[in-house]
Design a protein around this ligand. Structure first.
Ligand SMILES: [Ca+2]
Length: 254
């Protein structure tokens, strides 16, 4: 009968990539067989490493903006904002977080999981005021190697109301635990003198956007010196005495 609805459990369908599903309904006494089939393409969410880099592009009212990453069970695993309000007007306009890029590093749980990204606005008018430096409001999600996973930026006003959700924004497979620094993210690495007897100086540029750590390991594998050299310092020097035989390791902290 026209208008009847019935929910049908078709079980689980395994997909390993973009998959087209054909759904066909057959009934006794069907008067029109032409409308019995629909087709739907299912895409896999982007596979991500566990470490993410998130950029939020704010408007004039950053105190209204917040975000969260939600797993399949609806549990929030990471969140950010609201950002600092300004004093330009009675609604908290302006201030240091207005019309800028707020960057975050997120470490997801080590699990096979699918995540959605929720962007929220407490005033209910989205992101639409002022002119952002990049020309767009919204957000991007990249993995720590710099590969773009999600680009949800909108040129000009983006009035999404109270919230906008990107379902299945990304997934993890439980093994993508790499925190490797992307190629050439640290460059101009130099140690001098080499070998040294009393003091060595390490120079490098940290382009990773995340904290880096220097470790000095002696010939029996003991870490004899550790220094967090941060993410903002582009050139750092590290001095260490006494160890003639050594190895230097430079890796990210997150
Ligand atoms: Ca707003």
């Amino acid at each position: 009968m026209l208008g009847d609805l019935q929910q049908v459990n078709v079980g689980n369908v395994s997909v390993s990539g973009a998959t087209t599903l054909d759904i066909i309904v057959t009934t006794d006494g069907d008067a029109d067989a032409a409308n019995n089939a629909i087709q739907k393409t299912i895409n896999l969410a982007e596979l991500s490493s566990l470490d993410l880099h998130i950029d939020i592009f704010t408007d004039v009212y950053p105190g209204e903006t917040s975000w969260k990453i939600v797993n399949e069970s609806g549990t929030t695993v990471a969140s950010g904002g609201p950002y600092q309000e300004g004093t330009d007007d009675q609604w908290g306009g302006g201030g240091p977080d207005a019309l800028t890029t707020k960057s975050h590093t997120v470490n997801l749980p080590s699990a096979t999981e699918c995540y959605s990204f929720v962007l929220e606005d407490s005033f209910g008018d989205g992101l639409q005021y002022g002119t952002p430096p990049s020309g767009s409001f919204g957000y991007t999600i990249s993995d720590i190697q710099g590969s773009m996973l999600v680009d949800m930026t909108v040129a000009g006003a983006w009035d999404f109301g109270n919230s906008t959700t990107r379902d299945a924004a990304l997934r993890t497979d439980g093994s993508s635990t790499t925190t490797a620094i992307k190629e050439n993210a640290i460059d101009n690495l130099g140690v001098y003198p080499n070998p040294f007897t009393t003091i060595a100086t390490v120079n490098f540029n940290n382009n990773t956007g995340i904290d880096a750590i220097i470790e000095v390991v002696n010939m029996v594998g003991q870490v004899v010196y550790t220094e967090n050299v941060g993410r903002c310092i582009r050139t750092a020097k590290c001095n260490y005495r006494r160890y003639f035989f050594y190895c230097w390791y430079l890796h990210d902290k997150c």
